[in-house]
Design a protein around this ligand. Structure first.
Ligand SMILES: Cc1cc2nc3c(=O)[nH]c(=O)nc-3n(C[C@H](O)[C@H](O)[C@H](O)COP(=O)(O)OP(=O)(O)OC[C@H]3O[C@@H](n4cnc5c(N)ncnc54)[C@H](O)[C@@H]3O)c2cc1C
Ligand SMILES: NC(=O)c1ccc[n+]([C@@H]2O[C@H](COP(=O)([O-])OP(=O)(O)OC[C@H]3O[C@@H](n4cnc5c(N)ncnc54)[C@H](O)[C@@H]3O)[C@@H](O)[C@H]2O)c1
Length: 465
């Protein structure tokens, strides 16, 4: 079968790359071995946020005198999660791909040579595709399994097991201190994992401003989660198939749990993808230039988690828009270097919300990263709880905001908020950082009273405006 563009992987990045290429006048085929919609729709963003919402709302309600939240009905929460992931049925997404229109081929895709992809279906049938213009790799990522003696044989949980949980374990151990570990430890603790223990090598949310992880750790401890920083796991065992898992820690202590969730990062999904046939190393991530093309080729592109830039759905979709548009422009012989045809966002530090209690919302560089880049940095902090809008959200609202200012240009290069309901503050920060809005101009963007957004005014006043 000949087609203009072949996309391997129908996750959010792959679907959008195909969509933009078709919008640009090309034909496309999308190859998917599991579910159209990818990790995000069925096992990651959507189910995790559905599981976190009751915890968030309960915390909100508990801060407002005169209101009380009853106990969480776990069965109903799990049922809503199942509805949110369409019961792992991808017919809706498959229909969406069909309507682009693009062909959806079920099976495992593999590069076999320049512009050539082989698709092996579950029944062994092989289809060969030839791309006239481009092949886009959008295969996502898979969990990293740390080399800990006994771990593989102890049937550990990975993120999919946690997000599609049917029966919440009473005793849960979580290895890792990143986003998955923090979100799922809090969600499952709220849903019945009474004894939840977080085993963290360093601090929590280590890629963000230190106060973000510190405030999440404090909130977790207050809710009864046992947060152990500086913890090392020496060995793991599960003696009986239906028995508990035993975690032997580096300090000689032992922890017993019903399940052990391993959340120690993800790596590009490139196993058996045929990268060697394109002259590339078989290991990921698949590095790309800012048009999302693999250097040294004029036909191979990679978007989303597989290129390792920022493992976030919205960034994968952004890269996919760039990629699909660039492929269409190049195929038509149009200029391919317009401003929307290059990835200008990933390198700045992607916007991200961690849906913990408190939430963490950040964009751009941390103060340390900015200094590391040699910038003349000034850090401005403000107590979010001192903003009227935050006070009105509930008693005992605590939070913190940080702006990282590039003093040479008087613009923001990074902003971080940690506090309840800060997610929606993030896009204003993203605009300020991306558009490099001068602080003197930002001063005239007046936040409405009484909203939490007034923190923008306070940060600028604190800076000296
Ligand atoms: C628990 C969890 C929660 C998350 N929450 C958020 C969040 O709230 N917000 C956010 O922005 N990000 C979140 N993420 C990250 C987000 O899920 C990923 O960044 C996103 O799914 C990446 O999209 P993608 O299209 O690159 O890959 P994926 O979504 O992984 O899709 C890749 C697709 O390719 C298919 N595939 C792989 N190899 C082949 C092959 N050889 N042939 C055919 N098909 C193949 C797979 O079956 C899959 O459908 C979360 C991640 C996890 C683990
Ligand atoms: N809300 C969101 O935006 C969201 C939610 C979940 C996941 N994600 C994305 O998914 C990706 C994967 O998340 P993640 O939490 O698995 O990865 P991560 O990179 O955020 O965190 C990995 C954690 O594991 C620890 N770790 C690594 N190796 C270890 C080892 N051998 N022993 C002990 N600890 C070890 C690290 O120190 C770190 O704390 C991230 O890039 C994240 O951005 C995003």
């Amino acid at each position: 079968m000949d087609v203009d563009v072949v996309v391997i992987g129908a996750g959010p990045a792959g679907e959008n790359a195909a969509g933009r290429a078709v919008r640009g006048g090309l034909t496309a085929a999308v190859v998917e071995e599991h579910l159209a919609g990818g990790e995000c729709s069925y096992y990651a963003c959507i189910p995790s946020k559905a599981l976190l919402r009751p915890m968030e709302l309960r915390a909100e309600v508990s801060r407002v005198p005169g209101l009380s939240a009853g106990p969480i009905d776990v069965e109903k929460v799990l049922a809503r999660r199942d509805e949110a992931i369409s019961g792992l049925d991808d017919s809706g997404q498959a229909e969406w791909v069909g309507k682009l229109p693009a062909a959806l081929l079920r099976g495992r895709g593999r590069l076999t040579g320049p512009r050539e992809v082989e698709v092996r279906a579950a029944d062994g049938t092989v289809t060969r595709l030839r791309a006239r213009h481009a092949v886009v790799l959008a295969t996502g990522s898979v969990p990293i399994v740390p080399e800990i003696p006994g771990l593989a044989g102890a049937r550990p949980w990975f993120s999919r097991d946690a997000t599609t949980v049917k029966e919440v374990p009473r005793r849960l151990a979580v290895l890792g201190g990143g986003v998955v570990a923090c979100e799922m430890a809090q969600a499952l603790h709220a849903l019945g994992a009474e004894e939840t223990t977080l085993l963290v090598r360093g601090g929590l949310l280590g890629k963000m401003e230190p106060f973000a992880g510190e405030s999440v750790a404090a909130s977790m401890r207050e809710s009864g989660i046992d947060v152990r920083t500086g913890a090392a796991v020496a060995r793991v065992e599960r003696a009986a198939a239906d028995g508990p898992v035993t975690v032997h820690l580096g300090d000689g202590s032992v922890l017993e749990a019903d399940e052990l969730l391993v959340a120690t990062g993800r790596r590009a999904a490139v196993r058996d993808l045929g990268l060697e046939s394109a002259g590339l190393s078989a290991d990921g991530p698949v590095e790309v230039d800012d048009s999302m093309r693999v250097p040294g080729t004029d036909w191979l592109y990679a978007v989303g988690d597989v290129n390792g830039r920022n493992l976030l759905t919205h960034m994968g979709k952004y890269q996919a828009r760039v990629c699909g548009d660039v492929i269409a422009a190049r195929a038509a012989g149009r200029p391919d270097d317009g401003p929307s045809l290059r990835d200008g966002a990933d390198g700045r530090g992607a916007p991200q919300v961690v849906f913990t209690d408190p939430q963490v919302a950040a964009v751009g560089l941390t103060a340390e990263q900015a200094r590391g880049k040699g910038l003349d940095v000034r850090v401005v902090d403000y107590d979010l709880g001192a903003v009227s809008g935050a006070y009105l959200l509930g008693d005992g609202y605590t939070g913190r905001a940080r702006a990282v200012v590039d003093e040479a240009h008087k613009v923001l290069v990074g902003v971080t908020f940690a506090g309840p309901a800060v997610a929606e503050l993030l896009h204003a920060a993203t605009i300020a950082v991306t558009a490099e809005v001068p602080l003197d101009t930002l001063w005239h963007a007046v936040p409405a009273f009484p909203t939490v957004s007034e923190v923008w005014l306070r940060l600028l006043e604190e800076y000296g405006l």
